[in-house]
Design a protein around this ligand. Structure first.
Ligand code: SAM
Length: 322
């Protein structure tokens, strides 16, 4: 029997690295629109408040399929445990004709996961109900050793709000995003970042320009190491990363990169021995990592306790006075 796509799975799975929070933190429910009759079907909703970096869910994949086996999904169908198959076949297939197919379900719900060299899609029973937004409030991290994903809040999420992730690269222009979502997932996005009746005529153009600037940020911005050893003004890198944070917040794009900006700003202050600002920014970084990356938060805690243990403390060559 053709087993392509299933062979690549590790034989033994370790437990997920992050323990799920006690009790259910979300519910799957039908999305209701207050303003019109359209609905994105089911969605995932927070049943408690989440801080930035809060863990919403840790879920193991029920199947992982290589994209190379699209087109021969019937052979995979035969390998599935009947209970898993029943649960998977209840998921949405937006490519279906009269009846849902396994391939349509994988195409609709598969999340990109990496188990080596192949392009793979993981199917998750709960995470498959998370809808897309072009300004998502969550993102997922994949752990290949436990075949699980951790869904993490990228900004504070109040109880009752819908939890959303990006299905595609949200730094593309609005037109490109909508085209790609239609092609891959067969829907016109309802999210407030691209489906608004723009109150200002230039808002869509401005949003595209902001996203372009965010996209180009890392190519145009000096690295921390380069800035540290250069005679560029002290606040140059801090200002660039502060602007990036503001732009990301305005566009609803506080992905995991948001933490990176916070960490670099903290590093800049640390390298200049600016104790007050260093502690303020490292504390922001520590809080954002506390739940999903407790080891990183622990290191930051140590830096706060003992500033000199921060490796780059005071390493910035002072810019010459002009
Ligand atoms: C992975 S499923 C998400 C769960 C799905 N809503 C359900 O009821 O099972 C993906 C499908 O949900 C719908 N969807 C997701 N995000 C959407 C959005 N922002 N606007 C409109 N429909 C969306 C689309 O039909 C899409 O193909």
């Amino acid at each position: 029997m053709e087993r392509d796509g299933l062979d690549a799975l590790p034989k033994k799975f370790s437990p997920p690295k992050v323990a799920p929070a006690q009790g259910q933190s979300y519910q799957i429910a039908l999305c209701r629109s207050d303003t019109d009759r359209r609905s994105a079907g089911y969605g995932m909703f927070a049943t408690r408040n989440f801080n930035r970096g809060g863990v919403i869910l840790v879920e193991r994949a029920v199947m992982v399929v290589s994209t190379s086996c699209f087109g021969s999904c019937s052979s995979i169908d035969q390998l599935l445990d009947p209970k898993v198959r029943k649960a998977v076949m209840r998921l949405t297939d937006v490519h279906a004709g009269a009846e849902a197919t396994l391939e349509g379900i994988i195409r609709t719900n598969g999340l990109e996961v990496d188990i080596g060299s192949r392009d793979c899609q993981g199917i998750f029973l709960d995470a498959s109900r998370v809808n897309h937004s072009c300004g998502p409030n969550a993102f997922y991290r994949w752990d290949p050793t436990s075949l699980s994903i951790t869904l993490e809040a990228v900004r504070p999420i109040p109880a009752g709000s819908e939890i959303t992730i990006p299905y595609i690269d949200c730094l593309q222009s609005r037109a490109d995003r909508r085209k790609q979502l239609k092609t891959l997932y067969n829907f016109d996005c309802f999210c407030k970042h691209c489906d608004v009746h723009w109150s200002e005529p230039n808002a869509a153009v401005q949003s595209d320009m902001n996203r372009k600037e965010i996209r180009e940020f890392w190519n145009l911005t000096p690295s921390f190491d380069d800035w540290c050893t250069s005679d560029a003004p002290d606040d140059e890198l801090i200002d660039l990363h502060t602007r990036a944070l503001e732009m990301r917040a305005a566009e609803g794009l506080e992905s995991y990169v948001y933490k990176k900006h916070i960490e670099i700003i903290a590093m800049c202050y640390g390298s200049m021995k600016d104790k007050e600002n260093f502690i303020c920014w490292i504390e922001r970084g520590r809080k954002a990592n506390m739940e999903a990356k407790p080891d990183v938060a622990g290191v930051m805690e140590k830096w706060i306790q003992d500033l000199r243990s921060f490796p780059a403390w005071g390493c910035r060559a002072r810019a010459p006075a002009h």
